[in-house]
Write a protein that binds this ligand. Structure first.
Ligand code: ADP
Length: 262
């Protein structure tokens, strides 16, 4: 294992990016995995830290369900998603006896686990560490920021769907970032229209343009729209895999702009 023998912690990590959403189910973990895969494709070495302790979905999305984290003398060795060890992943899901076990912890225990994920995982040298956070703004967000503070995170990518109700939650994320002085890299509008797999026509299931106008109004960059894509949904259900052609989706096309801007 490449990371064996290296020190635990983030001293070898160049960029730290948090992915935030105002509410659950809008595609935060999906955007995190797509961003990670896009960066790996661009030749970068990437780590994904899943601190969504009560709903960890990154391992399933990356086809890593049931994988084990190993303990070395320097700390936890993350799970590698590919043979070349360009994508490493750490999630509470790897530490649960059963993947579907509920994590019923009070705040201090969650906060201690987040700290351990940052300091005790042997991340090795990475170009990017992407941090998938729980939905909303909670204690866990504060703990994550505190644990990451010394790395001076590059900023946050905000994810929303186009509906007004999701967008109003994003306003709270914007306020949270501003209060905690976390730079906002921009907003991604996910589930923005449905591209028919048969005729390729895009239908807008929800209202349109909300993400872009919110971005304008709050003076943050609008990073682009990711349509609802049945092929992406199918890949995420079964677990994205490096040997599959999952990159050939409209979501990955939309996110490639973001990857290039990082
Ligand atoms: P969150 O992390 O915000 O809770 P997820 O990323 O887990 O949301 O996404 C919720 C569900 O929606 C998942 O089943 C995922 O497969 C699906 N999904 C998210 N974005 C898309 C998309 N652009 N196209 C198709 N399915 C999507």
């Amino acid at each position: 294992m490449a990371a064996e023998g290296e020190e635990g912690g983030l001293s070898g990590v160049n960029h730290v990016i948090l992915v935030l959403s105002g509410k659950g189910g809008v595609g935060k973990s999906t955007v995190t995995t797509q961003l990670a895969l896009g960066l790996v494709e661009a030749g970068k070495k990437v780590g994904v830290l899943d601190v969504d302790l009560c709903g960890p979905s990154i391992p399933r999305m990356l086809g890593l369900s049931g994988a084990d984290v190993h303990q070395s003398s320097s700390g936890w060795i993350p799970v590698f998603a590919d043979h070349d060890q360009r994508l490493s992943v750490m999630s509470i899901a790897f530490l649960l006896a059963q993947e579907d076990d509920a994590v019923i912890w009070r705040g201090p225990k969650k906060n201690a686990m987040i700290k351990q994920f940052v300091t005790d995982v042997v991340w090795g040298s990475l170009d990017y560490l992407l941090v998938d956070t729980p939905p909303g703004t909670s204690d866990e967000h504060i703990s994550t920021l505190e644990a990451l503070r010394t790395t001076n995170p590059d900023g946050a990518v905000l994810v929303s769907t186009p509906q007004a109700v999701a967008l109003s939650d994003v306003r709270r994320e914007v306020t949270f970032c501003r209060k905690t002085k976390l730079p906002i890299l921009g907003l991604v509008e996910n589930m923005s229209g449905f591209v028919c797999p048969h005729c390729s026509e895009c239908s807008n299931l929800f209202s349109t343009g909300g993400g872009e106008s919110l971005a304008q109004e709050t003076n943050i960059p609008f990073l682009g729209r990711v349509p609802l894509d049945p092929r992406l949904a199918a890949c995420l259900e079964t677990g994205l895999n490096f040997s599959e052609t999952h990159r050939d989706t409209s979501a990955s096309t939309a996110l490639s702009n973001l990857v290039q801007s990082l």
